[in-house]
Write a protein that binds this ligand. Structure first.
Ligand code: PMP
Length: 363
């Protein structure tokens, strides 16, 4: 294969080609210093300036209000599964969780270690039109939870909750690992937004937490210091040595996203990419998507073949055609096309061409 493949991996996922080229060019000589960004102290003025610019770019992109702190954390998405209850709920607290899929389930199990009561308010429901999320009127919310947690984009299931839940004064916490920066968002509706970086931001192991000021100062006494939002906010996310390379690369991705026209422009593109795929899948008898049309993810598009004995052949031929990372999550099987911000429309078109040809040959 001569040209680069289109990479549909769910995460770590493809990064914008422009960013990879820039990082490569600067790899051994960052900022005219003659050394790599990985070899510079995080206290160095040039690094601190870059780090602050990355934060500002993220603030601009997401229109993050001034009363929110942006934290660059360790430990990826799952690190935040424990950081959230430890930081904003006491050990005797009740917390509410909406169960939207596999990642919600992991978040719930982690929270159970740190608070007295994890109340699951609602879950997915199977309907004749596919899998959906139970309606807000049916949710069994607690009277005074420390927070309400949900995952607006379930990466494995391809399920999304497009409407932000209205939970009144209860701090709303969202795991946006797989949909952060994918379209415009009203950050002011949330208490905490967090995301593992390896889909729409940068390298894995890194995470962003956007925390409303009034939720600081509540950490449980035994919270490990590197996961303490209050300490990290006070220390500019440099209580200990941050993942400097991930911070730098994320900054390049933020600059790239600004050049694309920000979240409005990328959101229009993301909807167009997803719609094209779903439209084709829906009119085909050979492929199917298991999710109710109102709850479909624009980032992760799972699909099944009518005859799953062809799965192996599909994946093999797709890879040979330069379409990689299409295997569904090991828990659910089938196929999944993850089409994050960095995936160009040309990648979706190439996938659709391949799917049509495969259907013609096997259908
Ligand atoms: N939440 C969601 C929605 C995810 O998709 C993932 C990873 N795929 C995680 C959490 C966990 O992220 P990490 O592997 O960085 O801990």
């Amino acid at each position: 294969m001569s040209s680069a493949p289109f990479n549909f991996s769910a995460g770590p996922a493809m990064l914008p080609a422009e960013v990879m080229v820039q990082a490569q060019e600067e790899f051994r000589n960052w900022n005219h210093s003659g050394i790599s960004v990985m070899e510079i102290s995080h206290r160095d003025r040039a690094f601190m300036d870059m780090a602050a610019a990355a934060e500002q770019d993220l603030r601009d992109l997401m229109s993050i209000p001034d009363n929110y702190r942006v934290l660059f954390m360790h430990g990826g998405g799952r690190g935040q599964f424990s950081a959230v209850p430890q930081n904003i709920a006491g050990p005797d607290a009740t917390v509410d969780y909406l169960h939207c899929g596999i990642w919600s389930d992991f978040a719930i199990r982690e929270a159970q270690k740190y608070v007295a009561q994890v109340n699951v308010v609602g879950a997915t429901v199977d309907t004749p039109q596919g899998r959906a999320i139970s309606a807000p009127e049916t949710w069994q919310r607690s009277s005074a939870p420390a927070y309400f947690h949900y995952c607006p984009n379930e990466t494995v299931d391809g399920i999304a909750l497009h409407d932000i839940p209205d939970v009144g004064d209860v701090p709303l916490v969202a795991d946006m690992s797989s949909n952060i920066l994918s379209e415009p968002l009203d950050v002011s509706r949330f208490g905490v937004i967090y995301a593992g970086a390896q889909k729409n931001i940068g390298p894995s192991g890194f995470a962003i937490a956007i925390v409303r000021d009034d939720l600081l100062g509540r950490a449980q006494g035994n919270t490990s210091t590197i996961m303490d939002y209050t300490v990290q906010a006070k220390d500019g996310s440099m209580y200990n040595t941050p993942n400097t390379f991930a911070w730098y690369l994320s900054g390049l991705v933020f600059q790239w996203l600004k050049r694309q026209g920000g979240v409005e422009a990328i959101g229009r593109m993301n909807h167009a990419k997803a719609n094209k795929l779903y439209e084709y899948i829906d009119q085909s008898d050979f492929y199917s998507n298991p999710v109710h049309p109102n709850y479909r993810s624009i980032m992760n598009v799972p699909f099944l073949l009518a005859d799953n004995r062809l799965d192996g052949e599909f994946l093999q031929q797709a890879a040979a055609a330069g379409l990689v990372g299409l295997k569904g999550h090991r828990f659910v099987g089938g196929m999944r096309a993850s089409i994050y911000n960095a995936m160009p429309m040309a990648g979706v078109d190439a996938l659709l061409d391949f799917m049509r040809d495969f259907e013609k040959a096997k259908g």
